[in-house]
Structure formats: C-alpha cells, structure tokens
Design a protein around this ligand. Structure first.
Ligand code: 5GP
Length: 202
C-alpha cells in the first residue's frame, strides 16, 4: 500500500500544552486528523468511545496485540494502550496528515515501524515553569507530582532522537512552527514522486 499522507507524532511532558496544540491543528486544517488510541482502562466521566479512546476489553486488546494490529502499544498501570495500525494507514492513504499524541517510547516505536514518520517534541520554555505548573495542580499527591516531574525530565532528555523540537512559549507561534514543519515535510522531494509524475503527464 502506498501512503501519501504524513504521519506526525507529537510528544512532550505533561502540562506543556500538547492537547491544545492538537486541537488547534485539527481546527485550522481540515486535512489533519487525530488518531484515536485503544485502551483497556475504564472510561472516565465525559469520555466518549471512538473519540477519547476505543475502550476495549482485555481480551480484545490482547487479540489485537497478538495479531500485530497496533502500530505501537504499551502498558501503563496495568492497562493496555495502543495505536490501531489500520486506521492510521487508511487515513494516510487518503492523503491525511495523521497526528499521534504519544509518549517518547511510543514515538520511537512508531519511528522504527514507519521511518517516514515525523517526530516533534513539544518543550516548555523553561523547566522550572513547567515544574511550578505541575506542582500547582494540587489535586494530586506529592508522589504523583514528583513522578510526573521526573517523567517530564526523562521525556525531554530524549529530544535529540526527534526530528524537530518546538518550544511552546507562545501558543500562536508554536502552532505556526508546527504548520511550517507540516508544509516543509509535505514538500520533501522524497514524497513528491506522484506530483512529478502528474506534472510530466500533463
Ligand atoms: P490516560 O489513562 O491518563 O488517558 O493515559 C495514560 C497514559 O497512556 C498517558 O501517558 C498517555 O500518553 C498514554 N497513552 C495514551 N494513548 C496511548 C497510545 O496509543 N500508545 C501509548 N504508547 N501510550 C498511550
């Protein structure tokens, strides 16, 4: 199967504004779609099957895992999470830019499975500000907050394995930077075989 769309993976520490950027990207470009992950965890209040996640039974998740139907998957806190491969490939075949919002390990697994994927790390302007923001969400225990901070440091330490880094200091600028990356990646000669063929035929 040939893929014409772009596979864009966004990662970054919790609290960096990834979710907002993903929403803005889909709102401003109708060609951008977000991949919905599958999970075995129970839906939280307000979450919608097929929109927030595909909520699957342990059995169905294990079946998909065994059948190689995930582009990448991992287990967090006893629950399975995975990116369904076929829906991503179908959207790409339609020429869509497919966005995955996943952690570093998932992103690197995607890069291995599909080297043409484009990995973008969303980074905070400074680590201290991010730490303060995570600490101020005082709905959680000190232990949960400490875990999240060390996880954030781990994620950022893998930035050099990414294709791009976008610092989210100003939301509009960060959005424009990602849009510029999408445009540049779509213009790459390696992806232009079909375009040139069409030009030559006309
Ligand atoms: P939550 O249960 O809070 O929605 O997510 C828990 C963790 O699972 C988060 O770190 C989230 O990034 C991760 N996650 C969500 N979807 C996927 C996925 O498709 N693949 C992987 N590897 N992790 C995911």
């Amino acid at each position: 199967m040939s893929h014409h769309g772009l596979l864009l993976v966004l990662s970054g520490p919790s609290g960096v504004g990834k979710g907002t950027l993903v929403s803005l990207l889909t709102e401003t470009d109708k060609n951008v779609v977000v991949s919905v992950s599958a999970t075995t965890r129970a839906p939280r209040a307000g979450e919608i099957h097929g929109k927030s996640y595909y909520f699957l039974s342990q059995e169905e998740f294990a079946r998909m895992e065994g059948a190689g139907e995930f582009l990448e998957f991992s287990h967090h806190f006893g629950n399975g999470y995975g990116t369904p491969k076929q829906t991503v490939l179908n959207a790409m075949a339609e020429g869509k830019t497919v966005l995955l919002e996943i952690d570093v390990n998932g992103a690197l697994a995607v890069k291995q499975a599909m080297p043409e994927s484009v990995l973008i790390m969303i980074a905070p302007p400074d680590f201290k500000a991010l730490k303060d923001r995570l600490t101020k969400r005082n709905t959680e225990s000190a232990e949960v907050i400490a875990n999240r901070i060390s996880r954030a440091a781990f994620e950022l330490s893998k930035t050099e394995l990414y294709d791009y880094v976008v610092v989210n200091d100003n939301l509009t600028e960060a959005l424009e930077n990602i849009q510029a990356i999408i445009l540049a990646e779509k213009s790459k000669t390696a992806r232009s075989g079909e375009t040139i063929k069409k030009i030559m035929e006309e």
